[in-house]
Design a protein around this ligand. Structure first.
Ligand code: G3P
Ligand code: CA
Length: 291
C-alpha cells in the first residue's frame, strides 16, 4: 500500500465511487498517515447473506465493497462452481434432495444436479432459491458492479488441472485482459504448488499465498506470489516487515492480507502492524471503521 495523505486517499475514494469503478486496492477510510486497508468481503458479505452466493456479492456491493473473496471447486462433469466446503451438506439442501448420496462431495455431483440445490435457505428463509453459482455466473455479476475477485483455488489437489481450467474460464469471461489482470484479479490458495502452476501458465496474474511461510522461505515464495495472506492470529510487526521488504514477481513489494477478521479493534491492531488488507465476513463493520 503506497503512503499518501488522508486528503488524497479520501479524494481517491470519492473519485472511485463517482466513476463507479474499482481502483486496484482502494482504501475504505484513510488513517491520519494516509494508510488504510483493502477490505475483502470473505465469501461475499457472508454474515448478512449466504456465503459464496450471488446474494452475498450483491450485499457486498450495497456496502460499497469492491473486493470479493470466493472459493472455486469442480463438479463431476467438469464445471467450476463457487463453494467453500468439499461437500455440499452444510450450505445446501443436498441431503434432502439426494438422500443416500452421502458424503455429498462437490466432485461427485453434476452441474445439473447442483443446480437443483437450494443454497440459501440454510442461512435464512428470505434467501430460499439461491443457487450455487458457477464461476462464470459469478464473474458476470462481479463485472456488472465493477468488483474485484480474490479467487481461491480450494483444495486443488482434489481437482487435477483446475489451475489451467480456472484460467480458461477467466480468459473466456474476459478476466485475463490487461485491465482485469492489473486491477481486479488475484488468485490465491493454501497450495503453493497450484500457485506455482498458475504463475507459470499465466505469469501476468497476481498470486496470493494463503498461509505464513517462515521468514527464511519468504524469498522463495516471492518468486511466484505477490501477496502473503495469513491467518491473523499470531501475526507480528516483525513478520510484516519481512514480507514488505521483498518484491514479488511483478516488481512491487509483497503485500499482506490477514484473515478472517470480523471486529474493528482487531482489524485496527492488524493495520497498525502493517497489514495491507483485511479479509472479513463483516465488511459492514470494516466499512464503518475509521482507521
Ligand atoms: O481468504 C482467506 C480464507 O478464505 C481462507 O480460509 O477456509 O475461509 O477458505 P477459508
Ligand atoms: Ca476462501
Amino acid at each position: 500500500m503506497q503512503r499518501r495523505t488522508a486528503g488524497a486517499a479520501l479524494a481517491a475514494v470519492v473519485a472511485g465511487s463517482l466513476l463507479g469503478c474499482s481502483a486496484p486496492f482502494p482504501p475504505v477510510h484513510a488513517a491520519p498517515d494516509g494508510r488504510a486497508p483493502t477490505v475483502f468481503a470473505h465469501r461475499g458479505a457472508s454474515r448478512q447473506a449466504p456465503e459464496n452466493t450471488r446474494a452475498a456479492v450483491r450485499r457486498a456491493h450495497e456496502l460499497h465493497i469492491t473486493w470479493i473473496e470466493n472459493d472455486v471447486q469442480r463438479t463431476r462433469d467438469g464445471a467450476l462452481v463457487v463453494i467453500h466446503d468439499p461437500t455440499l451438506a452444510r450450505t445446501t439442501d443436498v441431503e434432502q434432495v439426494f438422500p443416500g448420496r452421502g458424503p455429498w462431495r462437490v466432485g461427485d455431483f453434476t452441474l445439473a444436479e447442483i443446480r437443483r440445490l437450494d443454497a440459501g435457505s440454510w442461512f435464512g428463509s428470505r434467501f430460499k432459491g439461491e443457487r450455487v453459482p458457477t464461476l462464470q455466473q459469478y464473474l458476470t455479476l462481479l463485472d456488472r458492479d465493477h468488483q474485484g475477485l480474490l479467487l481461491e483455488l480450494k483444495q486443488p489437489e482434489l481437482y487435477p488441472g483446475i489451475e489451467r481450467q480456472t484460467l480458461d474460464v477467466l480468459d473466456r469471461a474476459g478476466w485475463l485482459d490487461p485491465a482485469h489482470v492489473r486491477d481486479r484479479l488475484v488468485v490465491q490458495s493454501f497450495d503453493a504448488a497450484a500457485l506455482r502452476t498458475t504463475h507459470r501458465l499465466r505469469p501476468a496474474v497476481r498470486i496470493g499465498f494463503l498461509g505464513k511461510p517462515p521468514v527464511s522461505r519468504l524469498k522463495e515464495y516471492a518468486s511466484f506470489t505477490d501477496m502473503i495472506n495469513p491467518d491473523h492470529r499470531g501475526l507480528t510487526r516483525d513478520y510484516v516487515v519481512h514480507v514488505h521488504r521483498l518484491k514479488g514477481p511483478h516488481g512491487a513489494p509483497l503485500r499482506l492480507n490477514a484473515w478472517t477478521v470480523d471486529d474493528g479493534p482487531t482489524a485496527a491492531r492488524l493495520v497498525a502492524l502493517g497489514a495491507d488488507g483485511i479479509i472479513t465476513d463483516r465488511p459492514d463493520v470494516m466499512r464503518a471503521r475509521h482507521w
